[in-house]
Design a protein around this ligand. Structure first.
Ligand SMILES: [Zn+2]
Ligand SMILES: [Zn+2]
Length: 537
């Protein structure tokens, strides 16, 4: 068995593993790479995917970092089945259309700029039509029902308890007469999460290889109950100050968990009766509808509430803002309110408007309740930035910032270990994926020391050979995986620019005083950016 790591290897985005055995070639997940321009170039590298030669794709769950590249792969020649659970199929449809819409808008914006500069036009990564062409390929799979996508490869989906419909996937095959089992954890949920059942366990079963997600491999989360209390504190704080509570939240799962939590707070009498709650995200509104359509995937507690006639996803004060006008109206509305909007990392979407209008207000609360990726505005605020740039404008951070870890849909370190221990662990080799380097290293040490398992941390574009009964053989083409960066050229270039500026100082000084102050301010701005950069090294 050969495995190619096309993403989420020493990183968290672009999950995609291509497997080759017995003349078959197929993928587990096909996520979008997100990050800086260099990382996002990976989305265009279809030579690595060779879509026309993939026989099928197994999808763990509907998050964009696991499905976001499917339309591109389909547009590049993939015509075969995509397997997913029924809720995953439904969520995929709204999320891929949303993603296609974002791609189209971004290309349009870029092209307007390029046109002004006389540059060549760019194509979107994929279009709404490409996303729509993906849907007929999806075939639904139920949990715990093994199937054979091609003869000799047996696949079973199990409930991963991460988001609605999420799965971890078992792949079984025989090579050189040896039966082998590989498990892909997908993104693993946590026990006790609202709405969803706890993740299925290994039940002492054996697996030869376990591909383990490591997002929170270096830390634990607080409990769900703690998080409910923290949210209540944020609400009480801003209610007292007649200000707003702004909650950046992913449209799928996180938003529904927050609604559920607000429902519980309401039951406990901790939600002010005259504090409206706005769900300001058309995508989150549609996702909530999909949740309602699949109550059979809820946990027993939620099912019991529903059969008692209570709906934990609806509240008397809950209002939906569908249109842009409705969303804008929230900016000028006075008084206290709770606003839930996307994106969860504040790097896109309507939430940026709410932050621009509230971040600088003393008495307001900003409640982060999910993973904040490196380089995002969300991460900067959580890390204590005093000022944030939104729509090109510097906005002071005066609101109270709450970071509530207990809503995470990912298992924390202790929960990952607990889950790994539910397998027999005999001769199991663990491959750590879907994590930043710090988390991977921390988890690797613990899995090796506490569970005595062999651990491997693959890198992007690595090809790993799994030989029955033998060790793992990784091969990386460094030149392709991490093209070298010409730092010397860059540094000498900026030194030349600085020398040129010095040379023209006399010209600057000859300008009128007001023009000089402007040049000085722009120079100070450059210096400020340089200081920022230095402090991050
Ligand atoms: Zn996920
Ligand atoms: Zn993920």
């Amino acid at each position: 068995m050969k495995i190619n790591f096309l993403g989420a290897a020493q990183g968290v985005t672009g999950s995609c593993y291509i497997l080759e055995t017995g003349g078959h070639r197929f993928a587990v997940d096909c996520g979008m790479h997100q990050g800086n321009a260099e990382i996002e170039k990976r989305n265009l590298n279809m030579d690595a995917y060779r879509p026309g030669t993939l026989e099928f794709i197994l999808v763990t769950h509907a998050h964009i970092d696991h499905i976001g590249l499917l339309p591109r792969v389909v547009a590049s020649g993939f015509k075969n089945p995509i397997y997913a659970t029924p809720p995953t199929r439904d969520l995929m449809q709204i999320l891929l259309l949303d993603s296609a819409h974002i791609q189209e808008m971004e290309a349009e914006q870029q092209n307007r700029r390029r046109q002004r500069h006389g540059n060549k036009q760019v194509e979107p990564l994929y279009t709404t039509a490409d996303a729509t062409a993906t849907f007929p390929l999806i075939q639904t799979i139920e949990y715990n029902k093994p199937f054979e996508p091609v003869p000799g490869i047996r696949v079973t989906y199990r409930d991963a308890g991460h988001i609605l419909g999420s799965a971890f996937i078992e792949v079984e095959y025989t090579e050189e007469g040896k039966h082998t089992k590989i498990i892909f954890s997908g993104d693993l949920g946590r026990p006790g999460q609202l709405i969803l059942p706890d993740p299925s366990k290994g039940n002492g079963g054996h697996t030869d290889y376990l591909f383990m997600e490591s997002t929170y491999g270096d830390r634990d989360h607080k409990s769900v109950e703690n998080s409910r209390e923290e949210l209540a504190t944020a609400i009480a704080y801003s209610y007292k100050n007649h200000e707003k509570v702004i909650i950046p939240a992913f449209a799928v799962e996180r938003t529904q968990q927050i609604l559920y939590t607000l429902f519980l707070l309401d039951q406990e009498g901790k939600l002010p009766k005259d504090m409206p709650i706005y769900l300001d995200s058309p995508l989150a509104i549609r996702a909530t509808e999909i949740f309602r359509n699949h109550p059979e995937y809820f946990d027993d507690k939620t099912k019991a509430l529903l059969s008692a006639g209570k709906d934990p996803l609806s509240l008397p004060n809950l209002r939906f803002s569908q249109t842009a006008e409705e969303s804008r109206a929230l900016n000028t509305m006075t008084g206290s309110a709770i606003i839930i909007s996307a994106s969860g990392m504040a790097n896109a979407g309507r939430i940026r408007h709410h932050l621009r209008h509230n971040l600088w207000r003393k008495g307001a609360s900003i409640v982060f309740c999910g993973y904040q990726g490196e380089g995002t505005p969300g991460r900067k605020i959580v890390d204590g930035a005093k000022q944030i740039t939104i729509f090109g404008e510097d906005v002071a951070v005066a609101a109270k910032v709450f970071t509530i870890g207990g809503f995470s849909a990912h298992a924390g370190q202790a929960e990952i270990l607990q889950w790994l221990k539910s397998f027999d662990g005999k001769d199991t080799k663990v491959i750590l994926i879907h994590g930043e380097v710090k988390a991977l290293k921390a988890l690797s040490g613990i899995v090796h020391d506490q569970l005595g398992m062999e651990v491997h941390i693959p890198s992007y574009l690595e090809e790993l050979t799994l030989q029955p009964g033998k060790g793992m053989v990784p091969v990386v083409d460094e030149a392709k995986a991490a093209p070298s960066i010409d730092w010397d050229f860059l540094l000498s270039d900026s030194q030349n620019l600085f020398a040129e500026f010095q040379k023209r100082m006399a010209l600057a000084k000859a300008k009128p005083w007001v023009a000089q102050t402007e040049i000085r301010d722009r120079f100070l701005d450059l210096n400020r950016k340089m200081v920022e950069l230095i402090s991050e090294l």
